[in-house]
Ligand binder design. Structure first.
Ligand SMILES: *Cc1c(COP(=O)(O)O)cnc(C)c1O
Length: 364
């Protein structure tokens, strides 16, 4: 926590706005709107619920398909299945580690030329570990086929692409304020859009789709997906330290990079010209699975947690039937990649210790 969260929580308590309506919730949405330069924002219970609502608003339903990046956290893909639709997975490219525009184009071209010609209802690119995906290429390809884009910016609050906030490029964008993200509201998320109609619909669906009537009248199926006002109060305090958090995350990345770049085989997630990553997690790629495991296990022995990069969705047992387009970039990243401890509460000594243990694995 940054320090001011409790004063916002106190305000919420003092004025008795405890549930899913209140001034803190409105202010948090305004703050996100201002920060990301997205005109309309709905604060929600989670990033996952934001993706679910975005898909529902675009009319995704039974038998439809939705394209997403294979190399991501499962929450990018799970909501597709909530609506009875099926995911199609796309490989990553090595420049950003995100959705490969060439593989996306190939997928859409193939589907368009197939006998069914059943084009996906949405494309969901992800900004993995805070690194902006190639949004210009991706949005152009999607537009060519008339497919809306939902930007999964769950990990990328504070990142920009061509000086524009991640989350503000797609027809809709989503953020997450889960406990592990760059800022947190305990649990929470948001849906962003420049289209008022989408966000009004999201707020309507998120509060059980109650029609305008004195009694409870429902013509549609709804959800209980709104963020609580007390959680939003935490978010208001967190927004005040977001800038500091990004700065520190980037410093941590630079410390690792500086200390480890002499070691052959270790490469870092690259940042392309025009991109600015919040460096949510410092992710490295090693030369081999064996080298990755040697580092991971050496850290584990010292009670330091590190984790392999996301296991691609097309390799997950639960998605083994899903179509996949691309090569083995994501799979290779999974085999050779590692997330290093990147918490902003880490001291210089903590970082030095991690670096020391990694270096030792090279001397063996
Ligand atoms: C965290 C995360 C989500 C889901 O957000 P929750 O708030 O945890 O539901 C979705 N996509 C990605 C890439 C994430 O990292």
């Amino acid at each position: 926590m940054g320090g001011t969260e409790q004063s916002y929580i106190k305000e919420a308590f003092d004025t008795n706005w405890i549930s899913t309506v209140g001034p803190q919730l409105t202010k948090f949405e305004e703050s996100l709107s201002h920060y990301t330069q997205s005109k309309y924002v709905a604060a929600l219970a989670s990033g996952t619920s934001a993706i679910h609502l975005a898909l529902r608003i675009l009319g995704v339903g039974q038998g439809d398909t939705v394209i997403t990046q294979s190399f991501t956290f499962a929450a990018s893909a799970f909501p597709i299945t909530y609506l009875g639709a099926k995911p199609i997975f796309i490989d990553s490219e090595i420049d950003t580690w995100n959705m490969d525009p060439n593989a996306l184009e190939e997928a859409l071209n193939q589907i368009n030329n197939s006998s069914s010609r059943q084009l996906p209802k949405a494309v969901i690119p992800v900004h993995l570990y805070g690194m902006p995906a190639k949004m210009e290429e991706i949005t152009n390809i999607a537009a060519k086929y008339g497919i809306p884009v939902i930007e999964d910016a769950a990990e990328a609050l504070g990142s920009t692409y061509q000086n524009q906030s991640c989350g503000s490029f797609g027809n809709m964008g989503i953020l997450s304020f889960n406990g592990n993200k760059i800022i947190t509201t305990s649990g929470g998320g948001a849906l962003l859009s420049n289209k008022e109609e989408y966000i009004n619909k999201a707020k309507f669906l998120a509060t059980q789709a109650r029609d305008n009537a004195p009694h409870y009248e429902h013509t549609q199926i709804g959800y209980n997906y709104r963020l609580g006002n007390v959680n939003a109060a935490i978010g208001l305090g967190q927004m005040e330290v977001l800038g500091e958090r990004v700065k520190r995350k980037r410093e941590i990345f630079e410390i690792y990079k500086h200390a480890l770049s002499d070691f052959k085989g270790i490469t870092f997630q690259p940042e392309q010209d025009g991109s600015f990553s919040n460096r949510w997690l410092t992710a490295i790629r090693t030369q081999s699975f064996e080298q990755r495991e040697a580092i991971r296990l050496a850290l584990e022995k010292e009670n330091i947690e590190s984790r392999p990069l996301w296991k691609p969705m097309h390799l997950q047992p639960v998605f083994k039937q899903a179509p996949y387009y691309g090569g083995n970039v994501a799979e290779d990243m999974f085999n050779k990649g590692l997330c290093l401890p990147s918490g902003t509460a880490m001291t210089e000594d903590d970082l030095e210790r991690v670096v020391g243990i990694i270096k030792e694995t090279f001397n063996r």
